[in-house]
Design a binder for this molecule. Structure first.
Ligand code: PLP
Length: 550
């Protein structure tokens, strides 16, 4: 076989594949074709079923069981995308995707990913690529201004922002910082200075540390506590209170834990819970927090944080003076491709104190000068991608006004959906007032007095991610059982159509359907259609249960 390599490279080079996998011309052709395919994918998305119709293990049957011995031409690989991959794709970018929360993709975001891939480097230190670090600091300062976060989160002071891979990663990162800050302060107060004694007492205290949050907080808080090696407690929240955690509950939990000799060190508060987009009562929690300055407070605004681009929501931004750290995912609702989870801390020293370890090979004059940011000390991994590029592209293409229009568009679509739901109050009921474009509804069973939702608090905070775990709600409440069964049946039948993808959840013992249509391609006609389908299925299910009764 003749070598693809220019022989002037030297006789030792016997590789048959060009160093970059393709020649420059072949790359131009392939990339041009991929870009065309991607554009065609987005334009044909609405006509594709949003959910795949394959069975587990489908891909094994389509792909060889052994890797190719010899390289293949790009054309063979390219055609396999449609043949083998597409059948197994859940189309998150489809306007008929209304499940979980969105994971936005946009063309500027994709372009950012392309350049990030082209400039691949590990970027752990400033000197790894100064532009990578400096652009991250700049775009996160821009974003903090766009979201009207308190100035204390800007890099010019003692705080700053960093891009993490996910909200869960952000939680673990700040939890470790919280744990180390709590232990350090505690031991300093005890006057412990001997290094062995510090180590012994730290280990002892660690076993007594407790992270806590509302029962509606995302499961990543509990997972974070497991990873940080501390305990976790959740506080039940109630429908009568909009599933919000209050200062009174926080104080009661702290006192209860302390009375048992435990040390609460981390409180997770949420702006927009996963199930219902509840907002914890930051004002009353702030009052309580004044009495417990050693407890780190982290605000998880993974999804709803994007709404802070709108002035009408920025009263919430002001309340962030309460927290030590704040996180929102631009990749959920702010037009930026996964992953772009933006974490802000009030004092960056808290992160670097906990996470900075500098072996000799990472030392350099710039780090030593203290004039540069080394983001490796603000996160768990060492290496990091050039994620700020896509944020920069998105912010520049949309501008602040464009971002506001984008969020308002989705809020209007959600208002429309809520009006439609209210117009059929004979068959649908809103579980909670709609928030941040999320609507949570249940089906009104016929021939049965609907349960009084305000009185239901079964405390079953099953995370919505587990929806594919069969939900067999055990309840002695006959009316609730009927309502849950009928809502579940409607959800299951809608899911079977594969025309739309919604999520079901269990909130305080109530089985409910969540509708959230916030990906960039969301449109009114799909909102109207999903409503129509819900009505059609609900009427059929209710008619079926009427007939069973007769
Ligand atoms: N927090 C909230 C409120 C969420 O809704 C989610 C996911 O939907 C997360 C955290 C976890 O996000 P990530 O996938 O970025 O870890």
């Amino acid at each position: 076989m003749s070598s693809h390599i220019d022989q002037t490279n030297g006789a030792l080079d016997e590789r048959t594949i060009p160093p970059m996998g393709m020649t420059g011309q072949a790359f131009l052709d392939a990339a041009g074709s991929v870009v065309n395919d991607i554009e065609r994918y987005y334009t044909t998305l609405p006509s594709r079923p949003v959910l795949p119709s394959i069975s587990p293990g489908y891909l094994q049957k389509l792909l060889p069981s052994a890797p190719p011995t010899h390289g293949e031409p790009w054309a063979a690989i390219e055609s396999d995308i449609e043949r083998t991959i597409m059948p197994g794709i859940t189309h998150w970018q489809s306007p008929k995707y209304m499940a979980f929360f969105a994971a936005s993709s946009t063309y500027p975001g994709i372009l950012g990913e392309m350049w990030s891939a082209a400039l691949t480097s590990a970027n752990f230190n400033w000197i790894c690529s100064p532009a990578v670090t400096e652009l991250e600091t700049i775009v996160l300062d821009w974003l903090a201004q766009i979201l009207a976060l308190p100035h204390l989160f800007l890099s010019k002071g003692e705080g700053g922002g960093v891009i993490q891979g996910s909200a869960s990663e952000a939680v673990v990162t700040v939890m470790v910082a919280a744990r180390e800050r709590y232990i350090r302060r505690h031991l300093e107060r005890q006057g412990v200075t001997d290094p062995d004694e510090i180590e012994d007492q730290s280990c002892e205290l660690r076993g007594k540390l407790v992270a806590f949050a509302s029962a509606e907080a995302h499961s990543s808080t509990k997972k974070g506590a497991i990873i940080a090696g501390t305990r976790f407690r959740s506080i039940p929240v109630h429908r009568s209170n909009g599933y919000a955690l209050t200062g009174e509950q926080v104080r009661a939990k702290i006192e209860e834990l302390q009375a048992r000799g435990l040390h609460p060190y981390y409180l997770g508060v949420t702006l927009g819970t996963t199930n219902t987009c509840a907002i914890d009562d930051f004002e009353s929690i702030a009052e309580v927090a004044k009495d417990y300055p050693d407890i780190w407070i982290h605000c998880d605004a993974a999804y709803a944080g994007s709404a802070l681009v709108l002035p009408e929501y920025q009263y919430l931004s002001k309340q962030m003076t309460l927290v030590d750290s704040f996180n929102m995912n631009m990749h959920k609702w702010l037009l930026t491709n996964f992953d772009a989870s933006c974490l802000y801390v009030r004092k960056r020293k808290d992160l670097t104190n906990a996470l900075s370890i500098t072996p000799t090979y990472l030392k350099n004059q710039f780090t030593d000068s203290g004039l540069v940011t080394d983001y490796r000390d603000w996160q768990i991994p060492l290496g990091r991608r050039f994620r700020s590029l896509k944020i920069w592209f998105v912010l520049r293409i949309w501008g602040v006004e464009g971002l506001k229009q984008h969020i308002r568009h989705h809020l209007k679509l959600a208002d429309l959906f809520v009006e439609l739901v209210k117009s059929r109050s004979d068959i649908f009921r809103l579980l909670t007032p709609p928030k941040f474009a999320l609507t949570v509804l249940t089906i009104e069973p016929r021939n049965s007095k609907p349960p009084e939702l305000a009185e239901i608090d079964k405390g079953d905070p099953r995370p919505f991610q587990d929806q594919h775990v069969p939900i067999a709600l055990e309840t002695d409440d006959h009316e609730l059982q009927i309502a849950n069964d009928v809502t579940k049946e409607v959800y299951t039948k809608l899911d079977e159509t594969k025309e739309f993808f919604l999520t079901a959840s269990v909130v305080g013992g109530v089985y409910a359907i969540r509708v959230v249509s916030v990906n960039p391609l969301a449109e009114e006609k799909y909102i109207r259609r999903v409503f129509e389908l819900l009505v059609e299925i609900t009427e059929r299910v209710l008619k079926g249960s009427d007939e069973k009764e007769d």
